[in-house]
Ligand binder design. Structure first.
Ligand SMILES: Nc1ncnc2c1ncn2[C@@H]1O[C@H](COP(=O)(O)OP(=O)(O)OP(=O)(O)O)[C@@H](O)[C@H]1O
Ligand SMILES: [Mg+2]
Length: 503
């Protein structure tokens, strides 16, 4: 029973002890978190974590971090170096985490529960699952990070009937979930997220101030492409300064560039002013989640802060002012997500009729049943008349925040009576958004359709979303019975299974 929290900046692995309590598994260096970083040597040796960071200082061109955010996207992480995809990087990271866990616990890791940001797109989820698969690990369930944190929190100190808000400000992403706990039922009412907001953005505010001063002193502004070494050193200094600025009024940062040393003094007041708009974005998302849950702030009993960035006192103050609630950090913000994943792994194994054991002793399964929601509007491309113009938009079939697993069906017209071919594009994005602004996660082609003179809503589209939030779609022509189903697989392209024609 292992839970993996692959973070943008650092990864954590948890298991449960004999009493069923979650515990972090330290890596081979004794660290409780492993930097999400890889280094590929000229002999193709792959280093991960702190080992990678150390090598990266000497050879930044073969070093990569923050690759979680590129999952399902970017082809290679190295512009001039070896071909190495974000999936390769995450797989390498998991390989080392797995090896460390097996060494320290003696457990063979063949199955686990993993977490991902609440609104991770399907292509990123697929890539993450693929990285586990390459390591021989079956992911029993992929859980949104705030759900996992909420699950751990509820099991530890939930109280029987309460509603809580999980505010999860990590290194690369921000998520918020509203969760209702009623007896043994754990229901996610809504979830919202900003996949581009994290502690890295807070760091960038400090960075831009340092670069201004270095440019003024040295006559050239350092840039990441050309001055990799300078930035690897600066990133570490900013990381320390950011934490110090949580409590100190002023913090100096020493930057050495082109043989010149610049001491940049940053005040807490200035730091807070520079990050206020970022915090504002997180508060807006929090408000949206409360509205989507059909609640007002008075209905929230507890505000739980998770993710490393939530440790910043200024963030806690702003969230407290905004919500009128006391921010709780009584579950470790760094570990809560991995804890939840490990506990959910015991629950999933139990559901599958498999007892989780340590040295023959059975670990009690948590008696809390999770009901999660979808994080995106999922629909298909449809032509609508927008005044005199026509627009291809996302016609939503399963709206965001629908309880999963779920199945929904809608019916569509063909564009013309003579049409013998229909293309159904499966879209993930905002409802009624232009098709080009959405992610196309699959398509179904129905061929050899008979023409029909009477226009009818003959194309029936059915979507199923499983417990991991993954979509399967079926399109059926009601006139001929021609039907096809696709399950989305990005690596091999779209995998279509022809269903026998019903008529
Ligand atoms: N005391 C602190 N004050 C401010 N920021 C902190 C503090 N401790 C950690 N952080 C920041 O928290 C971030 C790491 O948090 P966490 O481990 O929750 O993120 P992650 O899991 O790597 O990212 P994500 O969940 O977004 O993928 C880093 O940006 C780090 O600088
Ligand atoms: Mg995280």
């Amino acid at each position: 029973m292992i839970g993996f929290d692959i973070g943008t900046t650092r990864s954590k692995v948890a298991t449960v002890d004999r009493s069923g309590k979650p515990v972090i598994v330290s890596n081979a260096r004794g660290e409780q978190t492993t930097p999400s970083a890889v280094y590929v040597s000229t002999t193709d040796e792959i280093l991960v974590g702190s080992d990678a960071r150390e090598q990266g200082v000497v050879d930044p061109a073969r070093y990569a971090a923050n690759f979680k955010l590129d999952l399902g996207g970017v082809e290679s992480l190295f512009a001039d170096g070896p071909a190495f995809t974000p999936t390769d990087a995450v797989a390498a990271q998991i390989a080392v985490l797995k090896q460390d866990v097996e060494k320290s616990t003696g457990i063979q890791v063949t199955q686990a529960v993993a977490t991902c940001p609440a609104n991770f797109r399907d292509d990123a989820k697929q890539a993450l699952l693929e990285a586990f698969k390459r390591n021989g690990i079956k992911v029993l369930r992929l859980i949104p990070e705030p759900t996992a944190a909420g699950y751990a929190y509820a099991l530890d100190r939930g109280g029987s009937n309460s509603t809580f808000l999980i505010y999860d400000f990590g290194g690369g992403t921000f998520d918020v979930s509203i969760i209702r706990l009623e007896g043994s039922q754990f229901t996610v009412l809504s979830t919202e997220g900003i996949p581009t907001l994290g502690g890295n953005d807070i760091s960038r505010c400090i960075e831009s101030r340092v670069l201004d001063d270095v440019e003024a002193a040295c006559g050239r502004r350092p840039c990441r492409e050309d001055d990799g070494l300078f930035f690897l050193d600066l990133d570490q200094r900013i990381e320390t300064a950011k934490i110090s600025l949580g409590k100190q009024k002023e913090v100096p940062i020493v930057a050495s560039f082109v043989g010149q040393q610049t001491i940049v003094k940053i005040t807490q007041v200035e730091f807070h002013a520079s990050i206020d708009s970022l915090i504002g974005q997180s508060l807006d998302a929090t408000d949206r989640a409360i509205v989507a849950a059909g609640l007002t702030i008075d209905a929230i009993d507890r505000l739980v802060m998770v993710g490393g960035t939530s440790r910043l006192p200024h963030i806690q103050e702003r969230v407290a002012d905004h919500t009128g609630l006391v921010p709780r950090t009584d579950i470790d913000p760094d570990k809560a997500i991995a804890y939840g994943a490990a506990l959910a792994c015991v629950a999933e194994m139990d559901k599958n009729g498999q007892a989780a054991t340590i040295h023959g002793q059975v670990i009690p399964a948590p008696e809390l049943f999770v009901q999660d929601v979808t994080a995106h509007d999922v629909g298909c491309s449809a032509l609508i008349h927008d005044g005199p113009k026509q627009r291809l938009v996302n016609a939503v079939i399963i709206p965001k925040n629908t309880a999963i697993p779920c199945q929904k069906t809608d019916h569509f017209y063909l564009e013309s009576e003579e049409q013998t071919r229909a293309k159904v594009e499966i879209l993930q994005g905002e409802g009624r958004a232009n098709r080009d602004d959405c992610l196309v996660i699959g398509e179904i082609i129905l061929d050899n359709l008979p023409t029909e003179t009477v226009q009818s809503q003959r194309i029936c589209v059915q979507y199923t979303i499983d417990a991991n939030g993954m979509v399967t779609a079926t399109a059926t022509d009601k006139v001929s019975g021609i039907s096809r189903t696709v399950s989305v697989d990005y690596k091999k392209g779209i995998h279509a299974r022809q269903q026998p024609a019903a008529a």
